[in-house]
Design a protein around this ligand. Structure first.
Ligand code: ADP
Ligand code: MG
Ligand code: ZN
Length: 490
């Protein structure tokens, strides 16, 4: 909606900072277990509690996962890299600094392309770095919001969880594009197996920076940063709201304040969280407890070899190997599960276009209607292949297949069994069809003359009559062929 309004005068600029908790066994700098929730402060030690004198040791697996994500995003991997201390005070971080990365992150200069809103968009990735997550504040009030709380508790179970941060360049131009980008990024990270990317549990979180500028203007406008969106929908809506809010301010001759804002999903508005007018001074300094690291090329190559086939590569392969259209290949490679499903059916029934049509047509329609994902499909690849084989052999017609499909979807049964149980099969047997055809011709004698005088449409009418006589079970192709032969002989 915002786009139609801003189209005339302003253009929108969006940049995202995405935090992803990595699925390692232990925390970033200590041996405590990484897990969601649990009894408060049960997975803690002097390191992740920030006790003076405790010493951090970097988690190699977390570094491997970060490099893996960087490679998947087409980044350059740094040969020399370092951890820094980012100094600020917050009660969920008792060291008063967060170990993060500053000017020597693991990964730089990548991109992730999205096809959305009818355009191909290359979104550049500025960097991917690694840091530690903070603890969690538990504000003691009904709403859980700090403003209503008389006191707060802190749970440090999350403190020290390896946190990967992916920062985009300000290349995103609409809220819908931001959402599409996040969806694609989530699928990519999931396929790498480095995080469970659960947005509700906060293992994937996104801060969205957004600004407006008058069309054609070179310099970017003043941005606000919106936090606390825990779904794709919330991200898009928060940005739409923010675009409208900024536009209104600018139209009224006011200025947009540089600040961090909070998305309130109940009220559908953003509210001020804190001002950023004065630049933060985090006094970054290299962490003297952690040695700088040189990443050997051989290790990078080793990690590269563990990458699964990435969505874009798979799409290209679907186009060249199966001769699918760009559109079909895009949909079928959108997630790992859909692509795997498609290829599992092909192993048994190797007609890519037909399989593609059934997956994107009937199967997707049924799943969408119930809000289900492909992995929940009651029809397994083997069963779909079985159905398609029956059509291919002429045992059932395309029309019958739709009904059988419905039944398969509801019962989870396979096509063969349903066809046998219900006795629904197509009559392709020529001698039984010929008998019916003769009856139909006799009942419509004038059609013989019509046919001979070149009125082809009479064939269609007669095929219809045969179908009616067989309650739709005759194989229309066979009927068509036999009818023409029979009419010519009369
Ligand atoms: P900060 O120092 O405020 O965190 P950065 O320059 O590090 O700002 O950028 C953070 C994010 O904000 C990046 O994703 C970047 O692309 C985006 N960004 C920067 N400037 C703008 C702007 N004017 N409008 C929208 N997004 C922006
Ligand atoms: Mg920021
Ligand atoms: Zn610990």
């Amino acid at each position: 909606m915002s786009q139609t309004v801003t189209k005339n005068k302003y253009e929108t600029t969006i940049g995202l900072e995405i935090h992803v908790e990595l699925l390692t066994n232990s925390k970033m700098f200590c041996g405590c277990k990484v897990e969601f929730g649990g009894e408060e402060n049960t997975r803690v030690c002097p390191v992740c509690l920030g006790m003076p004198g405790s010493l951090p040791v970097a988690n190699k697996k977390a570094i491997e996962y970060t490099i893996k994500a960087g490679l998947a995003l087409d980044c350059d991997i740094a040969s020399f890299t370092q951890f820094h201390r980012k100094n600020y005070f917050y009660p969920d971080m008792p060291k008063d600094y967060q170990i993060s990365q500053f000017d020597k992150p693991f990964c730089l200069d990548g991109h992730l392309d999205v096809d959305t809103e009818g355009r191909h968009r290359k979104i550049r990735i500025n960097r991917v770095h690694l840091e530690e997550d903070t603890g969690k504040m538990l504000h003691q009030s009904k709403t859980g919001r700090i403003a209503d709380a008389s006191y707060s508790l802190v749970d440090f179970n999350r403190a020290g969880t390896p946190l990967m941060e992916i920062v985009t360049e300000p290349d995103i131009e609409t809220p819908g594009e931001a959402r599409a980008f996040m969806q694609k990024l989530r699928r990519l990270v999931l396929s790498l197996g480095v995080s469970d990317c659960n947005m509700e549990e906060g293992s994937m979180r996104c801060d969205a920076n957004v600004s407006l500028r008058i069309k054609g203007e070179k310099e970017l406008g003043v941005k606000t940063e919106v936090k606390n969106m825990n779904s794709f929908r919330a991200l898009q809506r928060a940005l739409e709201y923010e675009v409208l809010r900024q536009e209104k301010l600018l139209n009224e001759g006011e200025r947009v304040l540089q600040e961090t804002r909070h998305w309130d999903a109940d009220k559908n508005i953003t509210t001020t969280l804190r001002s950023k007018e004065e630049a933060h001074d985090y006094r970054y300094l290299t962490d003297p407890d952690l040695v700088p690291m040189e990443i050997p090329d051989e290790w990078i190559e080793e990690i590269r070899n563990t990458l699964p086939e990435l969505p874009n590569a798979r799409k290209e392969r679907f186009i060249s190997e199966y001769e699918l259209s760009d559109y079909d290949a895009g949909l079928l490679s959108a997630t790992q599960v859909i692509g795997d499903y498609f290829e599992s059916v092909l192993k048994i029934f190797n007609k890519p276009k037909t399989v593609a049509n059934w997956i994107m047509g009937d199967l997707s329609m049924h799943l969408n209607a119930e809000g289900k994902e492909m992995e929940e499909s009651p029809i397994k690849p083997k069963s779909l292949a079985g159905l398609l084989e029956l059509i291919d052999k002429g045992t059932i017609s395309g029309k019958m297949a739709k009904d059988i499909f419905q039944e398969m979807y509801e019962t989870g049964g396979d096509a063969d069994t349903i066809v046998k149980e219900k006795g629904i099969s197509q009559i392709s047997d020529e001698s039984s069809l010929l008998a019916i055809i003769e009856e139909v011709i006799e009942a419509n004698e004038s059609s013989i003359e019509d046919f001979k005088s070149g009125k082809q449409q009479v064939v269609g009418f007669l095929v219809g009559q045969v179908m009616k006589a067989t309650k739709g079970q005759a194989n229309p192709q066979v009927v068509n062929k036999l009818l023409k032969e029979a009419l010519a002989k009369h």
